[in-house]
Design a binder for this molecule. Structure first.
Ligand SMILES: [Zn+2]
Ligand SMILES: [Zn+2]
Length: 355
């Protein structure tokens, strides 16, 4: 194996440069993974476009990407859970394992977590090789492709959202926003036996895709009609509403559209971090509010659901770019929002053929 690899490094805002870096060595407990696919996430787009997220500013060269799959090419000391040649989905957050939150099983809330390409961490997956703890590399069964492997990360967000809310078989749900996470939430709800999953978005092709995935599409007019239906017959309103658009207006709408006694889940971040919400209505309806910060314990069941065919996660992929066009991939994801549900960068798709 060559000791030098290529990494897509952001040295300045909105500019990725392919640079040579030494291939990392796998330390004790780690594996070295040849990266196959990396999904472009909203957080990558924000860091690329603005050079900051919220109060965190990029001040050092950064490698973007946290939605990755690959193939194990070397084992560090003591690793017995994986073998060279295993295809894996990499869980990008490595918690400390020792704090109160970790010990309570709330590892996504660990204050010491290292999470790829999330400031202050400037290390991400958009490079040919990554070193990662074996414990956070999840083996993919043969029926899950490496492309699907890169989608386990955003799927886990949808999984966590659905598990946190806890809808049952035959329930009625509304998903606000048909971007990647909205669509993967839709697929998870359908797989969980939710009877009627309404999906609202303003962009027609996203709605078309949502319909193809078993959702009931609602455009702006459809949402207005639902408003009237809910006002006339509150018990017919969706019992579970998932806001995935990260929009203050739809967050407020989630409250007004939810069935009294139901559950509203806030999944998306707003740009400003603020939203003006009708809290009196929230109280009057006795709604339960759930929130989702990344996920915990979702990779294994999400992989199993994809393996079984219950969740065709790769259907949300709209574009696959080669590694040498990583810059174009992120620019496209930002500029062509109406047509993009998920851009994926094929760092080394050869492995798909060999697998
Ligand atoms: Zn992501
Ligand atoms: Zn911890």
């Amino acid at each position: 194996m060559s000791a030098v690899m290529t990494a897509a490094v952001m040295n300045q805002t909105a500019r990725l440069t392919l640079e040579k870096r030494p291939v990392p060595a796998a330390g004790a407990g780690d594996v070295l993974v040849k990266v196959a696919y990396v999904g472009v996430c909203g957080s990558d787009m924000a860091l690329f476009e603005n050079g900051y997220i919220g109060d965190s500013v990029v001040t050092a060269p950064m490698v973007l990407g946290h939605e990755a799959s690959g193939v194990v090419v070397a084992l560090g000391g003591g690793v017995t859970s994986l073998a060279v040649g295993d295809r894996v989905a990499l869980e990008p957050g490595v918690p400390c394992g020792a704090c109160d939150f970790c010990r309570e099983g709330l590892y996504n809330l660990c204050p010491e977590v290292f999470f790829w390409a999330s400031l202050p961490a400037t290390e991400g997956a958009l490079q040919e090789y990554v070193r990662h703890p074996a414990a956070w590399c999840h083996r993919l069964p043969d029926s899950v492709s490496l492309l699907e492997g890169a989608l386990i990360e955003p799927l886990s967000v949808g999984f966590h959202a659905v598990r946190q809310a806890g809808p049952g078989v035959g329930d009625r749900a509304l998903v606000l926003g048909a971007g990647c996470v909205g669509l993967l939430t839709t697929l998870t709800l359908r797989a969980a036996g939710v009877r009627d999953v309404m999906v609202a978005d303003l962009m027609p092709n996203r709605l078309e895709l949502a319909e193809g995935l078993g959702g009931h599409p609602l455009d702006a007019d459809g949402l207005d009609r639902l408003d009237k239906e809910v006002a006339a017959a509150p018990s017919a309103a969706p019992r579970y509403v998932f806001e995935t658009a990260g929009n203050a207006v739809t967050m407020d709408r989630a409250i007004s559209l939810c069935r009294p006694g139901g559950t509203v889940s806030f999944v998306g971040y707003t740009k400003s971090g603020r939203a003006d919400l009708n809290v009196n209505l929230l109280i009057d309806k006795e709604l339960t509010v759930r929130t989702v910060f990344r996920y915990r314990g979702c990779y294994p069941p999400a992989i199993a659901a994809v393996a079984s065919g219950a969740i065709p996660a790769d259907r949300v992929v709209s574009n696959v770019f080669p590694f040498d066009q990583a810059q174009a991939a992120i620019e496209h994801a930002i500029r062509a929002k109406a047509n993009v549900t998920k851009c994926v960068i094929a760092v080394d798709p050869e492995w798909e053929i060999q697998a």
